[in-house]
Design a protein around this ligand. Structure first.
Ligand SMILES: [Fe+2]
Ligand SMILES: [Fe+2]
Length: 243
């Protein structure tokens, strides 16, 4: 199968397995904060695996409603810090706000591909209350741990979208046309497919992973490996398709 330009740009034609992804980009935990972050992430992954099994479209929708929260919480708290301390934010606020917007665009894209059940909508509403308040408190107590949690969430998101790609490649999910909103937002070619969308969403997640592990490292006084951070795909300047 010939590779699209987008695919050539983003990745090889081989979908990496979980093992290689984990080894390539996993932050090895050290200390209580990291182990707490990883343990919390593993519990949520277990819950997602149990609840969704292989319903990847539905899994993406529900998890993206959660994934779009931390950037806004972190951005808000960093904004208030900057005001209160009358100190520059080193660009953190914009980065976190951009992350929140990007995750919301993942949701806006996947909602065009799968439709959540009534039960899933109720789960989303309950999860938002619990997760927003919980993450806000965690960020106030330890922003280092909060960014590590997001780093580990994003590691799992990369793995989860890799499985979604395998579902398509092995014919269990149809490779439908990319929704118009995705073509606009990621400046994709008009004949882009769902597979192309998942590839580029996965690239976004890999970038968020490295940014958040980097923020956590910075807060912990550890070195930040900016040179090897996953590149951020290009996005449209305006989210409105008619703009
Ligand atoms: Fe996402
Ligand atoms: Fe994400």
């Amino acid at each position: 199968m010939p590779k699209s330009l987008l695919e050539q740009k983003l990745c090889s034609d081989k979908v990496p397995d979980e093992q290689s992804l984990t080894h390539a980009s996993h932050h090895v935990p050290s200390g209580f904060s990291d182990h707490f972050a990883l343990g919390f992430t593993k519990v949520l992954r277990w819950a997602a695996d149990t609840f969704f099994a292989k319903r990847y479209g539905h899994r993406a929708i529900v998890l993206e409603t959660v994934a779009a929260v931390p950037g806004m919480v972190g951005g808000t708290i960093q904004h208030l810090n900057s005001l209160r301390r009358m100190k520059d934010d080193d660009g953190w606020i914009r980065t976190l706000m951009e992350e929140a917007e990007n995750e919301r665009m993942h949701l806006m894209t996947f909602i065009e591909i799968a439709k959540p059940t009534l039960f899933e909508r109720i789960v989303v509403m309950a999860a938002q209350w619990i997760f927003y308040i919980g993450f806000f408190l965690l960020y106030l107590i330890s922003s280092k741990t909060a960014h590590r949690v997001v780093g580990y969430f994003e590691e799992e998101a990369v793995i989860s979208y890799t499985y979604y790609l395998q579902e398509i490649d092995e014919g269990r999910s149809p490779n439908i046309d990319a929704p118009a909103i995705a073509i606009h937002y990621w400046k994709m070619p008009a004949d882009a497919t769902l597979r192309d969308v998942i590839m580029i969403v996965r690239a976004d997640e890999a970038h968020h992973r490295d940014v958040n592990h980097g923020f956590s490292n910075q807060l912990a006084g550890l070195p930040v490996d900016e040179a090897h951070a996953a590149p951020y795909p290009q996005h449209a300047d305006s989210l409105r398709m008619d703009a």
